[in-house]
Design a protein around this ligand. Structure first.
Ligand SMILES: Cc1cc2nc3c(=O)[nH]c(=O)nc-3n(C[C@H](O)[C@H](O)[C@H](O)COP(=O)(O)O)c2cc1C
Length: 331
């Protein structure tokens, strides 16, 4: 049986979490995964406190969009100003009823770390702890931290920082087994995740990185001793990974592949929700980044996928996607 997971007072049905992914884990995608089984908790993409609290416009509306079925949901924020971060957590708490607030200490992008945000906090543990303390004290829901194993292989600071976070009021820690310098190259290091698990007392540690199958999830739990598994890219290509992992733990074997019609319905419903969220005039363009992921699952050829990327009108793209996904379609 797949273990459940408790973060502070929050009891999750399974220990499988959908990772925060900028540009991907919006309300349109999360809603689709919610209809499937096995997901314990989903996250928003990382949010800039200023964008959350100021201004209006369609982009902000889409970033903050959620709905009654979009729970439990963790809202991830990033930044290095403890006061602003705490204010943002309060704003989200008062306006969005989050089950949980997560602090990003792992983003490796230069435009983020260059300002001292994201993974740069791994090199500034005193500030990282201050942010954790201020945010955790500001809201009555669990506050968690997501980090990488260190800045680079000479500075594997995650175990020491993570060990101090429970005393700052943090309720769980997610660790991605790569350094910031590595970005997405090489492999996620399960031994390094295990070191974080062993360093932290009293709160759950969630393992993350390179989980693409139920077997990978099992390996992550067994080799690191972590309490939960967060899945990112594996869920973009295969949103069914949560239900497949739940079934794998129950039955001890992998089930049949996802039926083509389920895949097609999921994709078209995702496009419809993207259209509702961002406007039909923007949806075809925004959906382009999803086409390579769906093409793999549906066996759509690369040339056909490139062709599909040219469609500007959402209604046309929808028709063509349906045609390409039909059994026996030959390009
Ligand atoms: C396109 C993309 C966007 C991401 N955005 C975020 C983000 O907003 N916040 C965050 O903490 N991590 C972000 N990540 C990192 C993932 O949450 C995760 O830690 C990483 O992809 C490793 O897990 P995986 O191998 O299961 O994908 C992003 C990753 C990708 C590929």
């Amino acid at each position: 049986m797949l273990p459940s997971l408790c973060i502070g007072e929050l009891q999750l049905e399974t220990c499988l979490l959908l990772a925060p992914m900028a540009g991907y884990t919006d309300f349109a995608f999360r809603s689709g995964v919610r209809h499937l089984d096995g997901l314990g908790l989903a996250y928003t993409e990382m949010l800039n406190p200023r964008s959350v609290m100021q201004g209006g416009g369609r982009k902000r509306h889409a970033l903050l969009a959620t709905g009654p079925a979009d729970h439990p949901l963790g809202w991830q924020i990033y930044g290095s100003d403890p006061v602003l971060m705490a204010e943002c957590a309060v704003y989200l708490y008062e306006t969005r009823q989050p089950e949980l607030i997560d602090i990003n200490m792992g983003c490796p992008q230069r435009k983020i770390t260059g300002r001292g945000d994201g993974a740069a906090l791994l090199r500034n543990p005193e500030l990282a702890k201050r942010i954790a303390r201020e945010v955790a004290a500001a809201v009555p829901v669990p506050v968690t931290v997501k980090l990488r194993i260190g800045w680079d292989t000479d500075q594997l600071t995650a175990p020491k920082l993570a060990a101090a976070l429970p005393d700052c009021g943090i309720s769980a820690i997610t660790v991605h087994g790569r350094t910031s310098k590595q970005k997405y190259t090489g492999h996620s290091d399960t031994a390094a995740i295990r070191e974080v698990v062993q360093a932290v007392q009293g709160i759950p540690v969630i393992g993350n990185g390179d989980v693409l199958s139920p077997e990978d999830a099992e390996r992550m739990l067994e080799t690191t001793g972590c309490a939960g598994v967060m899945i990112g890219r594996g869920a973009l290509q295969n949103p069914w990974i949560f239900e497949q992992t739940k079934a794998y733990f129950k039955n001890g074997k992998t089930g049949p592949p996802v039926a083509r019609c389920r895949h097609t319905d999921f994709m078209l419903a995702h496009l419809d929700r993207t259209s509702a969220l961002y406007g039909a005039e923007n949806a075809a363009k925004l959906f382009r980044k999803w086409l390579p992921h769906y093409a793999v699952g549906l066996g759509i050829s690369k040339p056909r996928m490139v062709e599909l990327m040219q469609y500007r009108k959402t209604s046309e793209l929808r028709l063509e996607l349906k045609r390409s996904a039909a059994p026996g379609f030959a390009d």
